[in-house]
Design a protein around this ligand. Structure first.
Ligand code: 5HY
Length: 234
């Protein structure tokens, strides 16, 4: 089985980090291919960045589809353009947010405050309001996760506040850039910590392994062929 994991931002070090975590989660016999677009925002922090990353993300999905991969993971916690990705894909497609929201009582800890309402909207879209005890931010930009020495301790402190104030029974990491901290955070906090990269890989493996594909009977029918004009503005 081959699964394509796409980091929709263009930061290669984050893509490499995602790849390490995805391969560690994959079963024997599952090949993980990890890529990011050649063009697009270095990080995705809000709606505008989601729109900016979409052309490059869809290009990678098309490429994976042409290569015949068995499924896709979108490794960005905004689950950007997930519907469009599913229109292009034959196999199952999971965003890491939807895949990670598997616990029956969880709080999310993400990067910037501006991502909080976006994630709250995803919770509602996926029908997980009863499961989600809260969405919190550590007020760090995405790329600071790799640069800020205090990043992991600030995430741990926010997890501890979630446990005491939200009474959550698990924590979901609200950024693909946190994936490599999962084990340490779980040990320090004494609570299950769910990273969407791992959850996404295992979910897609299970679905593709069961022979399930994206239904083309409705919302995710292949795009209707049409001309796309690419002309520079005068
Ligand atoms: C992510 N942004 O997982 C999201 C989440 C965030 O570049 N990768 C990004 O922190 O907004």
């Amino acid at each position: 089985m081959r699964i394509l994991v796409v980091n929709p931002n263009t930061t290669a070090s984050m893509t490499a980090n995602i790849g390490v975590c995805a391969r560690a989660a994959a079963s024997v016999g599952t090949e993980i291919v990890v890529r990011n677009p050649a063009t697009g925002p270095v990080s995705i922090e809000g709606h505008y960045d989601e729109a900016l990353c979409t052309p490059g993300l869809l290009e990678e999905i098309r490429r994976g589809e042409d290569e015949g991969v068995d499924g896709f993971v979108i490794a960005c916690f905004d689950d950007p353009a997930i519907g469009a990705c599913r229109e292009l894909a034959t196999g199952p497609v999971f965003g890491i947010a939807e895949a990670a929201m598997i616990a029956t009582s969880f709080s999310v800890v993400t990067t910037l405050q501006r991502s909080v309402p976006i994630i709250e909207d995803l919770v509602v879209r996926y029908g997980f309001e009863r499961r989600c005890r809260g969405v919190r931010a550590v007020d760090l930009p995405v790329l600071a996760l790799e640069e800020e020495p205090q990043a992991r301790s600030r995430i741990l402190a926010e997890i501890r506040r979630a446990i005491s104030e939200d009474r959550c029974e698990a924590v979901v990491l609200g950024c693909a850039g946190m994936a490599d901290l999962t084990r340490w955070l779980a040990q320090e906090a004494g609570i299950p910590v769910i990273d969407g990269v791992v959850a996404g890989v295992r979910m897609v493996e299970a679905l593709a392994g069961a022979g399930l594909r994206t239904s083309k009977r409705g919302a995710y029918q292949s795009p209707r062929p049409k001309r796309v004009i690419r002309r520079r503005a005068p």
